[in-house]
Design a protein around this ligand. Structure first.
Ligand SMILES: *Cc1c(COP(=O)(O)O)cnc(C)c1O
Length: 427
């Protein structure tokens, strides 16, 4: 695409956009009586207009049916989650049985590590991305300690090379090979929260398997953002949250993937609860645990129906949009346009005043661009906010902007970049 740095061009792109109608399905925060330019879907996606009604419908069922709501009404609670699985499986590139919805992300990472991190004195190491989202660091370190290992000797973080911002796949693969005999688990991000780098999940998984380790992924920033083929890539397990690119509300329910090759693996231990019991016999309340076949066997507790309704409201929109493929095509154009406009600013200044550290290759990133401000970083961010552009801030000098194909427009990207350029005059 030959982009142009003018409003008419941005407007034309919006007119041609087959997904343009979807922005009306979201509620946008206001700034001085106008919609903000919301580029923060990487942290918290916007509220679907329908979300409130979906919850109200279940409040009505609760009021009118009481306990019978589990079995009666339009959407009996007992099987409510099943209506979401198809769309989620498509987003994850998985078979339906490989997916379930439960708990929150960090909780699920712990539960999956119960199954897939079983260190022995020979094989105990975990490889992860350096500077991962803090919750992952805490979770993995505490798992190591729980098993009696010192996190310092157990967890290997991979950092970019000196002077570089993103990880090279070759360095990840080499670290896996270098630790071949001692490696128990590679537990990586899908898309890095700080840089927006989309890792080569297939290659990482293959390397882990070659040395006899499991490969799991935290897909918080990947789910609903980039195309995933978890089944085909042979990933062992994954988990994600639903409140970032999946727009399912703050603290929304999490999803997990377990590859079908593990369904009959008796050597995998797991924590058990009645919601993971065979559904056809769950209410017989027998003594011995018989798991549901598939990822559903990892469930512990009664599904939180109100959270599921929010998730369904959001996933129904993904389905109406035709799944992630068309969204991804728009996303590449939209993020590419933001990148182009930022590079235009740099050209005008003859300097990298806004250095983009996210990979240039569209196959190695999703919606997000991470921008290092050469000077006055915090002031620049505050200026954007004061003009109604909502991104997010990471110490010490990074602004993350994520145009989201479901609800952002090319015109908004144009305006955001123009305001970014204006900030140079102000600061
Ligand atoms: C957002 C995010 C989390 C958040 O976990 P919660 O348990 O939902 O609070 C964890 N890990 C990563 C990589 C994230 O981006």
């Amino acid at each position: 695409m030959n982009y142009q740095n003018n409003l008419a061009f941005a407007t034309a792109l919006d007119e041609q956009d087959e997904l343009k109608g979807f922005s009306k399905q979201f509620l946008v925060p206001q700034h001085n009586g106008q919609d903000v330019i919301y580029l923060c879907g990487n942290s918290l996606g916007l509220q679907p207009v329908t979300a409130q009604q979906y919850v109200l419908d279940q409040f009505a069922n609760w009021k009118n049916l009481g306990i019978e709501g589990f079995f009666e009404g339009d959407d009996p609670w007992l099987g409510y989650h099943k209506k979401l699985i198809g769309t989620l499986a498509d987003l994850a590139g998985a078979k339906k049985e490989e997916i379930t919805i439960m708990n929150s992300l960090t909780v699920n990472l712990h539960l999956l590590m119960v199954s897939f991190y079983k260190p022995t004195s020979k094989r105990y190491k975990i490889i992860m991305e350096g500077g991962a989202f803090p919750s992952d660091q805490y979770a993995f370190a505490s798992q190591a300690r729980f098993h009696g290992y010192d996190p310092k000797e157990t967890i290997i973080e991979i950092f970019p090379r000196e002077g570089e911002a993103i990880l090279r796949t070759e360095d990840i693969l080499k670290t896996i090979i270098d630790n071949a005999d001692e490696l128990a688990l590679v537990l990586f991000g899908g898309v890095n929260y700080f840089t927006g780098q989309f890792y080569d999940i297939e290659a990482i998984t293959k390397a882990a398997h070659q040395v006899g380790a499991f490969a799991g992924f935290d897909l918080a920033h990947a789910a609903g953002n980039v195309l995933l083929k978890l089944h085909e890539w042979d990933v062992d397990f994954a988990a994600w949250c639903s409140y970032k690119y999946m727009n399912s509300g703050p603290g929304g329910i999490s999803g997990i993937f377990v590859h079908e090759k593990h369904f009959n693996n008796q050597s995998l231990s797991r924590f058990e609860g009645w919601w993971g019991y065979r559904e056809d016999k769950r209410f017989l309340m027998t003594h011995d645990f018989e798991p549901e076949i598939g990822a559903a066997g990892w469930q512990l507790s009664t599904s939180p129906v109100m959270l599921l309704t929010l998730h369904k409201a959001a996933l129904d929109i993904f389905q109406q949009a035709g799944g992630l493929k068309p969204l991804r095509l728009k996303s590449e154009l939209l993020t590419g346009y933001l990148e182009f406009l930022i590079e235009e600013i740099n050209k005008t200044k003859g300097d990298e005043v806004f250095k983009i550290i996210t990979p240039k290759n569209k196959n190695e990133r999703g919606c997000q661009l991470s921008i290092v401000c050469k000077a006055n970083a915090r002031k620049t961010f505050d200026f954007l906010t004061s003009k109604g552009v909502i991104g997010d801030w990471r110490e010490p000098n990074v602004i993350r902007l994520s145009p989201v194909p479901l609800y952002n427009k090319f015109k908004q990207v144009f305006s955001a970049a123009a305001i970014l350029a204006d900030s140079l005059q102000e600061n």
